[in-house]
Each structure stands twice: as C-alpha cells, then as structure tokens.
Design a binder for this molecule. Structure first.
Ligand code: SAH
Ligand code: SF4
Length: 350
C-alpha cells in the first residue's frame, strides 16, 4: 500500500527518502512541492524521472476534488463540497475579511457528537480525515481562487479533538516554515468540549485560539442540546478552559449560538456571566442557523442585544459574530447532506 506522503513531517520524509537511497537535500525539495499543492509527482520538475518513479511506487498524494461550489452574492464567501479518493465528502468555506482570507476546514467526514442544532451532527459519522486531507482543502481553495490563505479555522465538519493526532499533525505541518507557513496565531480550533483533550492540547502550548462551543450557561440546558455534556459537564469543561488559558496565556473564545426560547433569556446571560467570571475569555454570540427538522429558531436582535449588555456589565467582553455567506448557508453540514450521494457516484466512476 502506498503511504500518505503529504502527512509526513519533513524529518520523517528525510528518513524515508534516505532509505530509498536519495540524497539528503531531496526531502526539502519534495516537501516544498507537496505543500505548494502539487497533485502528482511528475509536477515536481526539479526531481529526476527515476526518483519520481520511486516516489510513485511508494507513496500517494492526497488531494481534494471540488464537487460543488457556491459563491455568495453578498460578500464573495465561497462554500465548497470536496471529495477525497474514497468518495467521502466534506465542506469547507473560504471567507474574505479585510485582513485576508480565512478558510474554515473540516477535520472529519461527519461527526459523532450529535449536537441537536447542527446539520453535521444530524448526518452521522463516516471517518476521520488525515492531516494531508486537511491541507488539501486549503490547497484546492488556493488553486481555485489564486489567493493566499492567511488564516485557518477548524470549524467545519467534525470535532477536531475527536481526531486529535491527525489534527495536531496538521497544525504542525500547516505552520511549518517550508510548508504553508500559516502561524499558529492565525489558526483557531473549535471544540464541543472533549475535556481530556483540552488538557492534552494545553500541554502542547500552541499559540492558536481555542474556541469552545458552550451554547448554554448550565448543564440542564447544555445536556439537552449537546450530548457530550453528559460525559464532561460544564464544571469540568470550564475548569479545563481556565487551565488552558492559564497554561497558554491565550484567551478562550466561547461560541454561543442563540436559540429562541432555549438559551437566550436574561437569566441565562446572568448565569453565564457568573460562570465565566475572572476567566481570560471572550464570548461570540451567533444567531443559530436554522437546520431543517430541528425546530430551532434564531433569537431576535433585541434579545441578543439585551444578552450582550448583561455580559458586558459583568465585565465579560462579547460580540455578535458577523455572519458571512448567509445566502449560501455557509455554516457547515447542509451542502454535504444534499449532495453526498452525487459526490459518491462521481468518485466511483474514476
Ligand atoms: N465540532 C466543533 C467544530 C465544528 S462546529 C465544535 O462543535 O465546536 C463549528 C461551530 O458551529 C461550533 O461552534 C458549533 O457549535 C456551531 N454550529 C453548529 N451548528 C450550528 C447552527 N445550526 N447554528 C449556529 N452555529 C452552529
Ligand atoms: Fe459535531 Fe461540532 Fe456539530 Fe456538535 S456542533 S455535532 S461537535 S460538528
């Protein structure tokens, strides 16, 4: 079985190529080509045909194929449905902010976590993505648009901390100097709250932004919408967050999807303020995106403003997140659900 060459660190590649009898400078050349997004070894023009043949025999290069693309009329946000070699599909969204391009990528095909408001959660789990498949999403977007991505958020389909080793590998690869060189300070990772993995991530001391999908001020409400809360409750989660912020010196970003009549009362805001008191953090309020069949509605504007006022009065900084690409349903999960069959058919034809 050929090995996944784009998931290898540069020093791993060095050892591999040395074992194939290649000189030591070869690894740097191959690594740079891979991270520029070549799809085949014969695109590596400074590598001899003989070496290219060796590479073909031993390795494969994973890439992401565009199955569908939606471009927002409002703000140029692009949403992609990508397929991989086995026909699995994931979504990714490319957004244009004043400071550059941010790509929101998937870390798993589907998700096991089953949050009741989330389209991905409703669609079930297929498999983990490899580090190279995470890179491939960024590379496909750069090639499609000709732009350079400056920021990455792991907020697409899947729970990054449920695919911990591949995600850590991706983070190291994408930030490497000879790779895409996107610094950790330009990367955010969003989690539903897999507590032991938050501690594990803290130990790595990456300078990325940790986003925690909180969405409720207490266990009662959170367990109803997020099954993970029955395993790791809000006391355990917030303790892990305090530890993380203390260890890394990085502010935690709490995501809070405002759902009409579920978690958006003034009492919820006061309780949230109390629970976050003294923590190095920021709260992002997002009007919930209505997903078919869930029955959830987004909170009204006045409700959100009142919520934010209570948080701010208590000294907790909070913002309402600007929603980009609202006309193309830019939050993840819905495109895949409607197109996954078509994606799989296409892949089988190859
Ligand atoms: N699994 C990770 C990252 C992917 S989900 C996590 O849960 O954090 C990315 C973000 O979108 C999370 O904050 C998630 O709670 C949020 N989200 C999911 N469905 C949503 C919806 N219908 N409306 C608003 N936000 C949603
Ligand atoms: Fe999975 Fe995140 Fe969706 Fe929950 S919100 S089901 S953890 S992708």
């Amino acid at each position: 079985m050929p090995a996944d060459i784009k998931s290898m660190y540069e020093d791993e590649l060095k050892k591999e190529l040395a074992a194939l009898g290649e000189p030591s400078y070869r690894a740097a050349q191959v690594y740079q080509w891979l991270h520029r997004g070549v799809k085949a070894f014969d695109e590596m023009t400074n590598i001899s045909k003989k070496t290219q043949r060796k590479l073909v025999e031993n390795y494969y290069i994973s890439s992401a194929t565009i199955e569908k693309k939606l471009i927002s009329d409002y703000d140029d946000t692009r949403k992609y449905l990508f397929s991989f070699a086995d026909g699995e599909t994931v979504e990714s969204v490319l957004m244009h902010y004043h400071h550059g391009y941010t790509s929101c990528i998937s870390t798993q095909a589907g998700c096991k976590m089953g949050c009741t408001f989330c389209a991905t959660g409703q669609g079930g789990f297929s498999r983990n993505l490899t580090a190279s498949e995470m890179l491939a999403q960024l590379q496909a977007e750069q090639q499609d648009t000709g732009i350079r991505i400056s920021n990455v958020v792991l907020m697409g389909m899947g729970e990054p901390l449920d695919n911990f080793d591949n995600v850590v590998r991706f983070l190291r690869l994408v930030s490497s100097e000879n790779g895409m060189n996107i610094g950790m300070r330009h990367i955010s990772l969003s989690t539903c709250g897999i507590v032991p993995k938050i501690y594990a991530l803290a130990e790595l001391d990456f300078q990325l932004t940790l986003s925690v999908s909180l969405h409720a001020p207490n266990d009662d409400i959170r367990s109803r919408t997020m099954p993970i809360n029955r395993k790791y409750n809000t006391v355990q989660l917030l303790e892990a967050c305090r530890y993380y912020a203390g260890k890394t010196g990085r502010r935690i970003s709490f995501e809070y999807a405002m759902i009409d009549g579920v978690n958006d009362s003034d009492a919820c805001a006061s309780e949230l303020a109390l629970r976050l008191k003294g923590m190095l953090c920021h709260v992002n309020l997002i009007p919930v995106n209505t997903v078919g069949g869930t029955g959830y509605k987004k909170s009204r504007k006045e409700r959100m403003q009142s919520f934010i006022r209570i948080l701010e009065k208590a000294g907790i900084t909070a913002t309402v997140r600007r929603t980009l690409g609202s006309d193309i349903n830019a939050s993840c999960g819905q495109l895949r659900r409607s197109a996954s069959h078509a994606g799989k058919k296409e892949a089988r034809k190859e």
